[in-house]
Design a protein. Sequence first.
Lengths: 360, 303
Amino acid sequence: MLDAMPDPKPATKLVQVKDLKMYFPIHTGLLRRHTGDVKAVDGISFDIMEGETLGLVGESGCGKSTVGRALLRLYELTGGSVTIDGDDIAKLGAEALRKKRPTMQMVFQDPQASLNPRMTVAALIGEPLDEHGGMSATEKLARVYELMDAVGLNRNFANRYPHAFSGGQRQRIGIARALALNPKFIVCDEPIAALDVSIQAQVVNLLEDLQEKFGLTYLFISHDLSMVRHIADRVAVMYLGRIAELSPREPLYAEPLHPYAKALLSAVPEPDPEHEAKRRRIILQGDVPSPSNPPKGCNFCTRCPEVIPMCHEVEPDLLEVRPGRFVACHLVKPETKTPAAGSTGRPEVKEHNQQGEPRI
Amino acid sequence: MTDRTIDLKAAKPRNQWWDVWDQFRTHKGALMGMFVLGFILFCTLVGPHLWDIDPKLIDIRARAKGPSMAHPLGTDQLGRDMLARLFSGGRITIAVGMTAMVLSLVLGTFIGVVAGYFRRLDGILMRLTDLFLALPLLPLLLLMVMLFRESLVLSLGPENGVFILIVFAIGITSWMHTARIVRGDVLALKEREFVLASRSIGTPARRMILRHILPNVMSPIMVSATLGVANAVITESALSFLGLGFPPDFPTWGRLLSDGMVYINQNPERVIWPAIALSALVLSINYIGDGLRDALDPRIRGR
């Protein structure tokens, strides 16, 4: 369904996700019988072009990280297919998957937890090379130093242990590990969430520089909307295991179409105090429904401010409503001329228009 | 990058075992323990050559004597030289303690890691562990000794046969606590993010265990090891005391203690010396294990 997407540059699809489902079984009772599933990811589809950064945003627990991990098959998928660089990851055998691993790597959220405390920096960065390289010790060391230079770590640190570094430096070690095997695709699972603001900018800039230098493709998972706006080319907004809206960055931030995307983006603070005073937040009522028992029809129908009776019955499909913009909502009709119902006359939209600097 | 020119040889990361040694040296107790253990080992290995009285030689005229020039630690009720018996008894005791400890440690760590890492085997292996824990150990040991001693002694000789039997019996009955502790730690470690990170690289289970799991469960294994030596030595003493260990004329520290206990009123030094040796051995190993555990942890190292 995404095939018709017009793309300014003739890019190839590096990652194709079709109807990805990731359910975690619930076992209850004395016999631990399978009584239900936590539907962490419930049928999502998207593509990532080569050299592109796709931002994945959503509130905590909506399944963002699960998508990232499922894409690298760190979980066994419940259903659907993930095609990365020509191979369906979901169906590869153990050894073929191991051979495929160098193409796709991951930067983890918590750099403290994702580095083995008993290994030195050189050993940590060299670990992927041990697994896949077949290099001699000298070659490996040269490569480790090269990577340390690439992420801006002093070579003298090679013999130190992770506990001796700051959060930002640890994340650089994590990035160097991910780069070690010359991957094409990197899943950045909230790489900046555990860092303080001054370091966040450094790490994001480093990721951008590396993307330019090595032609990397990112899936950038984050709940920091302004950071996603900075780094991503397209943004997918997730809610309760499904994609609510998938749009190029600028149109999304200027004029979100899905009611959930509107609510989410209305929470981004404005740097200008005058605009900030005028900003009207859409405050959603109630809590996120349990992913083990999602509501019938649209996932968002229990909290949607613009809900209509149809939403409780029919599940909306993710349709292309504007060129390149995909929205899963009954209110947003795929007509290019008339603006989507309920999205006119909203003050927060105007604000975004004023503030949205066209930096493409 | 200004340091791009430095040659790789000079900048080669230092072998981390040097760091371990540096940290180990700062632990006074561990150094002391190493010194004591070295002294005990020297006495038991070289001692019998320097003090070459046969520990089994019965000199009935010199029985139950106190310390003298001819017998520095006195003699027992049959006139056997206590110093010679202490030296040669130490050999057996240390060999039994160490070998049984290694056996139980290897067995316990293996079962613990496999049970913790592979979910499918967890149930079976842990029930097996429970089964062994539920067995009454002493009767089991007695049964094993009764059943297998004869055939082992016949095929391997009295000394080796009993040695293998006792080491095996102690090892097979003392791995359960190590297995349980290791399994618990592995279960927690397995969910840590660095294991996931390593999985995303494509590390197979075997190397995952060797590279990530085992180094991180080193601390509880070390503690088990130090306790295991003490446990093995004491079990061996108990078996010897019951007359089911080594032959009666064969000195081990446990047997020296139990023999001397009857004469504790007349010759208290017959109990004191083996007891001191045994305590020094166990204590020094405990301290070495303590120092080693600290030295192997990079977070503690360098403080």
